[in-house]
Design a protein. Structure first.
Length: 367
C-alpha cells in the first residue's frame, strides 16, 4: 500500500475513506431526488462512477505485494458477500410478507437464486437489476474481480496491463456491436473504463513511490489536473467527452491520490468510521428512504426537514448494519474461507505414541 505517516500504522488510506463516504452520500441524495446534472449524470451516477474508480485503485494496490489468488478470493468475497446476502434475504422476505412496499412483483425462485449469485436479470421495468436494486454495481464489481484474478493467474507481473486491456476491450466490443439485448449491453458497458482508470492510477502511484515527484512537481501536476476539471465544468464539449469516457473521474481521483501521497492527509478517527459504514450506507439507504418517507410524510413536515431526517436515519441504520452485520459477517466469512481445505492435526493416544517411541528403528542400508 502507498501510505504515509500515521496511515502506515493502521493500513488506512484516509483520503480514500472520505471520498468513499462522499460518493455514498451522493447516492443517498440521488434517492432523495436532490440531484445535480453533470452532462447527463445525476448524483447517484457520479457517486457510482467514483466508486468504480476507487475499486480499481484498491484492487491494484492490494495486490502489489502478493499474487496469492486464494487470499485475493477470500478478501473479496468476505468483503462483499455477507452484507449483500443479508440485505437480499431481507428483501426476499419483505417481498413475500409485505409486497405492497415494493414496486416489483414477487420474485421467482430463479430470480432469487440469480440475485444471490450476483447475476442481474431483466425486470418488468426494462432495467437489468438484481432484487436489491443498487446491487447492479456489485454485479459489475464481481465481474471485475474475476477479470483481475484471471489476469493475475496469467501473469502476476503484467496483471494490471492484462486487466485494463480486457476492460477496454469490453467497452470497444460494446461500441462495435451496439447490442440491443439489455443483458448483453449490461456487460459491455462503458463503465468498465472507470475501473480501468482506477487500475492506471494505482500503477502510476507505484512509480511515484519508487521515484517521488517532489513537492514542486506534485503541485504543478495536481494543479494541471484541477485546471482540466475546471475546463470540464465550463466547456460543454470537453466536459461531455470527459464524462462519457470516465476521464473526469480518473483525473479527479488521480489528483486526490497524488496530493495525499505527497503531503499526507487527515488522520481523524471519524474519517475511518465514515469509510467503514460506506458499504452499508450504499446498500441500505434506498430502503430506509422509502420506509421513512411513508412515516415522515404523514407528519406534514417541510420537505427539507424530511430529507435531512432521512439522511440522518440512513447514517444511523448504516452504522448499525456495519457494526452488527457487516463487520462481524466479514470476519466470520473470512475465517471460514481461510479454514477450508486445512487439515486439523491428528492427535494420537498417549499410549500409542509411547509405544511408537519405544519401537526400535532399523538402520537404513545404503547399497
Amino acid at each position: 500500500m502507498l501510505l504515509r505517516g500515521e496511515e502506515r500504522k493502521d493500513g488506512t488510506l484516509y483520503w480514500l475513506e472520505l471520498v468513499r463516504f462522499f460518493a455514498a452520500t451522493l447516492v443517498v441524495f440521488a434517492h432523495l431526488s436532490w440531484n445535480v446534472d453533470f452532462y447527463g449524470l445525476d448524483c447517484g451516477e457520479i457517486g457510482v462512477e467514483i466508486f468504480f474508480v476507487m475499486s480499481g485503485i484498491v484492487i491494484a494496490l492490494s495486490t502489489q505485494r502478493s499474487g496469492d489468488l486464494r487470499r485475493f478470493f477470500v478478501n473479496r468475497v468476505s468483503r462483499i458477500v455477507p452484507l449483500y446476502w443479508f440485505v437480499t434475504g431481507a428483501v426476499v422476505v419483505g417481498m413475500f410478507v409485505a409486497p405492497s412496499l415494493f414496486t416489483s412483483s414477487t420474485p421467482t425462485a430463479s430470480e432469487i437464486v440469480k440475485s444471490f449469485m450476483f447475476v442481474p436479470y431483466l425486470q418488468e421495468s426494462g432495467k437489468v437489476l438484481p432484487l436489491v436494486e443498487v446491487g447492479w454495481t456489485l454485479c459489475l464489481e464481481m465481474v471485475f474481480y474475476a477479470i483481475y484474478a484471471g489476469s493475475m493467474a496469467i501473469s502476476y507481473k503484467w496483471r494490471n496491463a492484462i486487466a485494463v486491456g480486457v476492460l477496454v476491450g469490453l467497452v470497444g466490443l460494446g461500441l462495435v456491436l451496439q447490442p440491443v439485448n439489455p443483458m448483453v449491453a449490461f456487460y459491455l458497458t462503458p463503465k468498465w473504463l472507470a475501473f480501468a482508470f482506477g487500475v492506471g492510477i494505482a500503477v502510476g502511484l507505484a512509480r511515484i513511490q519508487a521515484q517521488p515527484l517532489g513537492q514542486g512537481r506534485t503541485v504543478a501536476v495536481s494543479g494541471a489536473m484541477a485546471v482540466f476539471l475546471g475546463v470540464c465544468l465550463v466547456v460543454p464539449a470537453i466536459g461531455q467527452v470527459a464524462a462519457d469516457t470516465k476521464l473526469v473521474w480518473g483525473v479527479l481521483m488521480g489528483m486526490l491520490v497524488l496530493l495525499e501521497v505527497q503531503f499526507g492527509g487527515m488522520k481523524f478517527g471519524w474519517v475511518k468510521t465514515a469509510g467503514a459504514i460506506t458499504y452499508a450506507l450504499y446498500i441500505c439507504n434506498l430502503y430506509v428512504i422509502i420506509a421513512g418517507q411513508k412515516v415522515l410524510g404523514r407528519l406534514g413536515l417541510p420537505e427539507i426537514f424530511v430529507g435531512l431526517g432521512l439522511v440522518g436515519t440512513s447514517m444511523v441504520v448504516s452504522f448499525g448494519l456495519w457494526k452488527w452485520v457487516d463487520a462481524p459477517g466479514a470476519r466470520a466469512c473470512r475465517d471460514w474461507l481461510n479454514g477450508l481445505g486445512r487439515r486439523e492435526p491428528v492427535i494420537l493416544d498417549r499410549a500409542v505414541v509411547a509405544e511408537r517411541v519405544e519401537e526400535p528403528v532399523e538402520p537404513e542400508v545404503v547399497k
